[in-house]
Design a protein around this ligand. Structure first.
Ligand code: SF4
Length: 464
């Protein structure tokens, strides 16, 4: 007998699924439906207290539950059946299903989770509050936003922490939320006409935006992808973008000129043809920093021209410098083992480094690795950018802090953010993990083994 169930929220799905499991109802005997036009008035608070994990009595992996809270917010009407089918499989002999990244259901769940995470990230970045007046001393702030998915409940706790001492509301077409400086209250969705018009706050925000705008980082296509034009209407600073873009080239020149010692980069050595073979050939003549003087040769990236996965290390080592290929030394062997454990074949991956020449100090006839300076990383960055622009990978893995700081940001710390998927201008999935050299240098075998397991784990995420 087929059961028809109406579900709108993760909490409702979780409660219904628990009942279905207890009644031993197979996935093929359930049809979930949701009236997406209805406001989410019946939803309970999405808390992280113990009640959220009541289905754990069926021994469901945490990873699935974390994923389910995101997938529940996706607009795909098949999401509830997909979640229940996966839950059923996990509780009926396939307990390790979530480790099989290539499984169709796991793959679909990962894809939806990523889309929802991206949408939450965009909401955090693009919501702009406007002050509303009540004619008394109360100050309230209102924002209107149109997310791709039904993510308000995932994003609202972030705003309550960030704007704890303000009273504010965020309106979306699906649902609204109000923060009264102590609790979040959810209500029905509202049209954009309910949001107030601009005020002095906008002028303040535009001044701030103009001051933080970095012309050296301008990538117009990237801006449009990351800040879709449909959000611009609710973002006051977007009025400034045309002017700021027009001024960008001269501001970049001024920045470089003012930055003593950073004037030389590989840009002037880059070929006009931006395909990988041309870039590789041109890089052999690069003299943008001192490293070319002592190294044997440039070690450019290697791998398929259309690789979905790019792995970026720090710089070539002693063996790589002599052989002219990336990751052929001891660190490369360890990386190979980790990739094999993670189910990644080397032939499918483009391997490269943030810096293309070996930097070393001589000690008793041996050449010992020396970390490249900020200036050398900066000088070499155009080669890495050109490689990524030519390949356009789906995922970039940064091995170690040098690669991560080059692509994700100068403040990036492996110890704090290892294994987290980040959106960068290079691709939606940029992830940083241990460099194999750091694992080889670990203080003891226990630590080495732990770090290697983490590397394998992060590579599995990257391959997912
Ligand atoms: Fe050029 Fe990079 Fe080599 Fe410096 S390290 S000379 S920037 S290729």
């Amino acid at each position: 007998m087929t059961r028809f169930l109406e579900v709108e929220t993760f909490e409702q799905w979780r409660a219904e699924s628990r009942r279905l499991l207890e009644a031993n109802v197979a996935p093929d005997d359930v049809v979930f439906s949701a009236d997406e036009s209805q406001p989410l008035l019946f939803a309970q608070e999405q808390s992280r207290d113990g009640s959220q994990y009541e289905v754990r009595r069926y021994d469901v992996p945490n990873r699935f539950m974390e994923m389910a809270t995101h997938v529940a917010c996706h607009r795909d009407p098949q999401r509830w059946e997909l979640l229940y089918r996966t839950l059923w499989r996990l509780t009926h002999g396939e307990h390790h299903l979530m480790n099989i990244e290539t499984d169709d259901d796991v793959y679909q769940l990962s894809r939806m989770q990523r889309a929802v995470s991206r949408d939450v990230h965009k909401m955090k970045a693009f919501v702009r509050f406007r002050k509303v007046s009540h004619g008394d001393e109360r100050e309230e702030f209102v924002a209107w936003h149109r997310p791709d998915h039904r993510i308000l409940r995932l994003a609202a706790p972030f705003f309550s922490r960030r704007f704890k001492a303000m009273s504010w509301s965020i309106l979306t077409p699906d649902e609204s939320v109000t923060w009264d400086q102590s609790e979040l209250h959810y209500g029905p969705g509202l049209p954009v006409t309910e949001a107030p018009d601009g005020d002095a706050l906008e002028e303040l925000w535009k001044t701030y935006y103009a001051s933080i705008f970095n012309p050296a980082r301008v990538k117009v296509a990237m801006m449009k992808r990351e800040m879709p034009v449909r959000y611009w209407a609710t973002m006051p600073e977007t009025e400034l973008i045309d002017d700021l873009l027009a001024q960008a080239p001269s501001r970049v020149d001024a920045m470089i000129a003012n930055r003593e010692g950073f004037a030389d980069t590989a840009t002037k050595f880059i070929s006009t043809q931006r395909d990988l073979p041309s870039l590789r050939m041109a890089s052999a003549a690069c003299q943008a920093c001192e490293l070319h003087q002592h190294a044997t040769q440039t070690v450019f990236g290697e791998g398929p021209l259309d690789a979905k996965l790019v792995i970026v290390g720090e710089q070539p080592g002693d063996c790589e410098d002599i052989e002219g290929h990336p990751f052929v030394g001891p660190a490369g062997k360890l990386l190979q083992e980790a990739m094999t454990d993670a189910g990644i074949e080397r032939k499918d991956v483009y391997l490269t480094n943030a810096v293309k020449h070996f930097k070393f100090v001589e000690n008793g006839g041996r050449r010992l690795h020396k970390k490249p300076s900020s200036r050398e990383i900066f000088a070499c960055r155009p080669w890495l950018e050109a490689e990524l622009a030519a390949i356009r990978p789906e995922t970039v893995v940064c091995l170690g802090a040098t690669a991560a700081q080059s692509l994700i940001g100068r403040d990036f710390r492996i110890t704090a953010s290892r294994g987290k998927i980040q959106t960068t201008e290079w691709c939606d999935r940029t992830i940083a993990t241990w460099h194999p050299s750091a694992i080889l240098r670990a203080i003891d075998e226990t630590r080495r083994s732990e770090m290697k397991q983490q590397l394998v784990h992060d590579l599995r995420i990257a391959a997912g």
